[in-house]
Design a protein around this ligand. Structure first.
Ligand code: HEC
Length: 436
């Protein structure tokens, strides 16, 4: 067995934010009130989904709306199922570009407020209502000085009946690309306000003949979207490559709302100007804990693991666990060429309903030297303890249906030569020393 160490390993650089207690300066108020302390937190972390015309079942904007839900809020916040964010807070990198979880102080403030009887406080203290974009605009267009994205790809119209079980739309759309283009940003949005109410999440998988890709046979996730997250900017100097013939294979999760709604999902793609190539190509790798076969016995917990060797120095950009209804947990560990182990991320409470790609913040995205092995460990819970388990008495094998299982991580990697890697490591170290 290896010794597990999370202390500094010469070449594995996770940055200053590894397991630091979050913002030690912020304080939990003595007597929190809704108006003064809670409303700003809910605006920041809940309203994206909990407001009229969004995906969640109730709005949490006003005291009157929140009051009937406080018991449920306490239990969902305490068991960390709300906001949906399955990263374990006790180990691994803790700083993400798309973090929607509560900070430690926010968490403690909400619990303290409810324990004290959830007082409203002085309405004078209420923050101004948060403005949410109702105009269905494209967020990045203005930033790039454009009216619209360079390419808009639409899924086919889908009609969700008023009452129905959840549905998944997995149809294919041609991208209409005639020459190779480098992508610098992507946005996804349901095409109408009503569409937002039924669209739980959407993944666009890219299918293209790509001799340069490590695993050209598989459709790879191109963009993952859930409520509250609209777009994804590539890190400076990096891009994804679209090739002629590219197709998008959608995986859109719709939920019924009591009203029949027809919707489409639109993906807006922004290209680097022609002739301007980013320095690095982001390559997405499927790192399997299991692939092709699995043997999950009834009423048992099972574990599988797989290994993936980095062919060059690398920066790890993001991690997305992929399992189905019995998926319980997944961990990515870096095994350095000298044998030390460093946990990069641990998703301890995987939830099939929230397919999240965890995107490391710029200053902590792990830097790993050539020859590092990524170990992916997946746990499945085929017992009645797993709420989403449809039947713990079934044997389960590997397969595509949600009642079968899978166990792999999607990991976005940028490979670098020695000189660039060294420069990144040095830059990270000097930034880290000024931060602390
Ligand atoms: C990314 C979207 C999203 C965010 C952010 C989010 N929620 Fe939710 N929430 C949902 C959805 C969808 C449901 C319904 C499905 C479910 O129960 O899991 C839900 C359900 C709930 C429930 C259970 C309601 C019931 O039926 O008992 C509570 C309580 C809750 N959310 C509180 C919160 C609080 C408090 C926050 C912020 C601190 C928050 N949520 C942030 C999407 C979200």
């Amino acid at each position: 067995m290896f010794e597990v160490r999370s202390s500094a390993i010469a070449a594995i650089v996770l940055g200053a934010a590894l397991a630091l207690p979050a913002a030690a300066s912020a304080e939990v108020p003595k007597n929190p009130t809704f108006a003064k302390d809670i409303a700003p937190i809910f605006q920041d972390k809940c309203e994206a989904c909990h407001r009229p015309d969004s995906i969640a079942p109730m709005s949490l904007k006003t005291f009157a709306e929140v009051r009937p839900w406080v018991r449920s809020i306490k239990s969902r916040v305490e068991n960390r199922t709300m906001p949906p964010w399955s990263i374990d807070k006790s180990v691994g990198v803790q700083k993400f570009r798309n973090d929607r979880s509560l900070s430690d102080e926010q968490f403690a403030t909400v619990v303290k407020w409810i324990d004290a009887g959830a007082p409203q406080g002085d309405v004078q203290d209420m923050p101004a209502p948060k403005a949410w974009p109702e105009d269905q605009g494209w967020n990045f267009a203005a930033m790039f000085g454009q009216k619209e994205p360079d390419l808009i790809v639409k899924s086919e119209a889908f009609t969700m009946p008023a009452v129905s079980q959840d549905a998944w739309d997995k149809r294919l759309t041609d991208a209409g690309i005639t020459e190779p283009r480098w992508v610098r940003a992507i946005e996804i949005r349901p095409n109408t306000v009503k569409g937002r109410r039924i669209t739980h999440h959407a993944i666009a998988y890219l299918e293209q003949e790509d001799p340069g890709a490590q695993q050209s046979f598989l459709p790879t996730p191109f963009m993952e979207w859930a409520v509250g997250k609209q777009g994804e900017l590539q890190r400076p100097g990096t891009g994804k490559l679209l090739l002629p013939g590219a197709k998008f294979h959608w995986d859109i999760h719709y939920s019924a709302t009591g009203e029949e709604i027809t919707s489409q999902v639109e993906m807006g793609i922004y290209f680097y100007p022609k002739g301007q190539e980013p320095k690095y190509r982001t390559s997405l790798s499927l790192v399997p804990a299991a692939l092709g076969t699995m043997d999950i016995r009834p009423n048992t917990l099972s574990m599988s693991e797989g290994f993936f060797t980095l062919r060059d120095n690398a920066r790890i950009e993001s991690f997305q666990p992929h399992m189905h209804l019995r998926g319980k947990a997944m961990q990515v560990t870096a095994l350095s060429p000298t044998g030390q182990q460093t946990v990069i991320s641990y998703v301890s409470s995987f939830d099939f309903n929230w397919m999240t790609s965890y995107q490391y913040a710029d200053d902590v995205a792990p830097l790993l030297p050539k020859g590092t092995i990524l170990k992916v460990t997946a746990w499945h819970d085929n017992t009645s303890a797993k709420k989403s388990n449809p039947d713990p008495n079934q044997w389960v094998g590997w397969g595509d249906r949600t009642v079968d299982e899978m166990a792999h991580a999607w990991i976005n990697i940028v490979y670098m030569n020695d000189a660039d890697f060294k420069a990144e490591v040095e830059a990270r170290k000097s930034a880290g020393s000024t931060q602390q």
